[in-house]
Design a protein around this ligand. Structure first.
Ligand SMILES: [Zn+2]
Ligand SMILES: [Zn+2]
Length: 342
């Protein structure tokens, strides 16, 4: 058994708005309820900018970002029951829940009011090692590629979870408002789950990447989305996967009765104006979807394994973290940037 080091390398944000800096940090033994993961891969995501820009309470610097990581358990706190040494585990946005707030008491850990976020309110996976809460760890299915798993465990799992919890049946129409690799993943998942799927794209970049036919694509910069959707009978769900709130109101008229507009991405604009007439007359609903719990991430990973779903990744070294960060901030990027340790 290899022994654990006294110090290790981590990419850290050292002040608000700062870039990543490579730092040597001290090893800390895990407390009860914590495990240490020797990181193999860590995805870089647009949402890492939440840590950089201090967009949530409880972000202190220096902070190691990274809320999409996979690795092996190499140390455990006393009395650990969930994990064993050497287990392949992952960490997503959900970094642990309090078990005492009202949502926790109702078993709704995704809405815990005292929850921690990996890479945001506690150090995340852009490092050789990460100390995480065992209750937040994702037990990885065997035989999946670590880098690809990181690309599925946050936004991918949120999309999977959204489609799973909306009132939509196989064969009904789902419209995905998306771009880049994530938009493609959302369309692939929606199809695999049995929904008739149409992409609402910003321009035709993703249509060309995915080689989509005219019937499964609407360009929201040129076409009347509501009219196009109604010509297909209306969408049961419009799944919004990109940070945008300006065009959304004009999509609502494309929902069929009892349709749902599902928001999964916090945009720069905190408000979105929704037209009331279709909302009332067609019994429509506007829903949000918080980050998935560890169990929900596992279900998503098993789904992707079972359906042989793959995502394109761009593997980079930890020291190239700022380059990876730049790629992650481009919504049209088709390949998910993933940092590979050693
Ligand atoms: Zn709680
Ligand atoms: Zn749009």
């Amino acid at each position: 058994m290899q022994s654990n080091p006294k110090t290790f390398m981590a990419a850290q944000i050292c002040h608000k708005g700062g870039k990543l800096e490579m730092k040597e940090v001290e090893w800390r033994e895990p407390k009860r309820g914590e495990i240490i993961v020797k990181v193999m891969a860590c995805g870089v995501s647009h949402s890492d900018s939440i840590t950089q820009d201090q967009l949530l309470d409880g972000i202190k610097y220096p902070r190691t970002p990274g809320h999409e990581f996979v690795g092996q358990v190499c140390a455990m706190g006393e009395g650990e029951m969930k994990c064993k040494m050497g287990d392949m585990v992952g960490g997503s946005w959900h970094g642990g829940h309090c078990l005492t707030c009202e949502p926790c008491r109702a078993g709704d850990y995704a809405c815990c009011t005292g929850q921690q976020y990996n890479g945001v309110t506690r150090d995340g996976g852009m490092a050789e090692y990460v100390c995480m809460r065992a209750d937040a760890c994702i037990m990885c299915p065997k035989g999946m590629d670590p880098a690809e798993m990181t690309a599925l465990m946050f936004r991918g799992a949120t999309i999977f979870n959204s489609l799973n919890s909306m009132c939509v049946k196989a064969g009904e129409l789902v419209a995905v408002h998306g771009a880049g690799g994530l938009g493609k993943l959302a369309c692939d998942m929606s199809r695999c789950m049995g929904f008739r799927t149409v992409l609402i794209g910003e321009g035709d970049k993703l249509q060309r990447e995915m080689n989509l036919s005219r019937e499964s694509f609407i360009d929201c910069t040129k076409m009347d989305v509501a009219k196009e959707l109604m010509s297909m009978g209306g969408a049961k769900v419009i799944l919004c996967c990109i940070a945008e709130s300006k065009r959304l109101p004009s999509f609502v008229g494309g929902l069929c009765p009892n349709g749902q507009l599902c928001l999964t991405n916090i945009s720069g604009e905190p408000y979105c104006e929704i037209p009331m007439i279709p909302l009332i007359m067609r019994r429509l609903a506007v829903c949000g979807q918080p980050a998935p719990t560890p169990l929900e991430v596992e279900q998503c990973l098993h789904f992707c394994k079972m359906t042989d779903m793959h995502v394109k990744v761009n593997k980079m070294a930890l020291k190239d973290c700022n380059k990876a960060w730049e790629c992650a901030m481009n919504p049209d990027e088709m390949k998910k940037p993933v940092l590979m340790m050693a």
